[in-house]
Design a protein around this ligand. Sequence first.
Ligand SMILES: [Zn+2]
Length: 428
Amino acid sequence: MLAESGGRAVERVLNEVEQATDEIVDFAADLVRVPTVNPPGEAYEACARLLGDRLRTCGFTVRDLVPEDRVEHSSRYPRVNVLGRRAGDANGPVVHLNGHLDVVPPGEGWTCDPFGGIVRDGRLYGRGSSDMKAGLAAAVYAAEALRRADIPLVGGIEISGTVDEESGGHAGVAWLAEQGHLSAAQTDYVIIPEPFGPDRICVGHRGVYWFDLVTTGHTAHGSMPFLGVNAIDHMTTVLEAVRTRLAPRLALRTTALPVVPTLARQATLNLNSITGGQTGPGAQTPCVPDRCVATFDRRFLPEESFDAVKVEIEQLLAELSEEHPGLRCALRDRMLVHPLRTPSDSPLVQALSASVETLTGSVTLVASPGTYDHKHVARVAGIEHCVAYGPGALEQAHQPDEWCGIDDIKQATQVLALTLLVLVGAGS
Ligand SMILES: [Zn+2]
């Protein structure tokens, strides 16, 4: 609990954020103006420099961490992660705030410059404004508010900006964790300021299983299809079975994990892509296709085991090969991420929840429909106390005319500052 002197500390810290609101928004806008589009991973160096310089100004010791051993890193598209540390005066807990530097390509449908960093009508517009450059700015200024309020630290604060979250985070957070720059030995709590909004804390996500179904046939001249076995024809049989037999079963399963939107509390399956035959611009296609590949995105629930998820697909394929002699379909793994849930008694969840409630009047624990860097923090770095909390709206992520509310930015920064005060500030 906050002591009486802590009460004044709270006021001072919240006031520092209030005073700095324009500065925070300006910094977020500056970050938006660096077009860190991934793929391919543009301008990481410039963005890491911008963040690193600001962290230095705010009293952090800063290192650039370049994953030179990763295939993603190249001289054309260098991957540059940045990590700042501020040590405390005592051996208290260490809180790490991590945000990704990359944004997805702007896509079509913008009515403003996606990299203009335009502030208008109480909103910051631009690609990455919600996802998640406002979050990075909030992280920096939450820590800075404690410094400006002269709050001594009994624990440490770390802030990192990392690459490639939008493409899996392997050269970013995963690499940092593999190299020991982020580990349970030195870091107690991790907050990822992804855009869940000022009153929602994300405590986990469903599991992901990407897989291919591959049908194989026998090629022949397209004028004599009876001499071949058409792999795409067989794929249509498989797809129909997936749609009418497997998908309805999944829709009946729901999780106790508070996933938002609520429809994502079901187990789901999406057909992400399909390729077969001779494709590409101007391709002549005089052949019976002998191979067709469909890639699926299965989101599974903590209540489902991965083994059961896979067996269910294999059983369907076994049924089909019995019903359709000659149908050959194989299952091939692509990617697996197990579901995650932050322990509900986590001191991080408790401190953050109390701060959210103080600032917004209510708090909702949610889980993400998709995965994010939490998985690397938990599984590679071994830090179980990890949540996502930050300004902006999930619905804005990856959309044209993406924006983040200025009020959101201020409020989320205040919540983060208050949480830092409770977890690593002296006199609280
Ligand atoms: Zn994001």
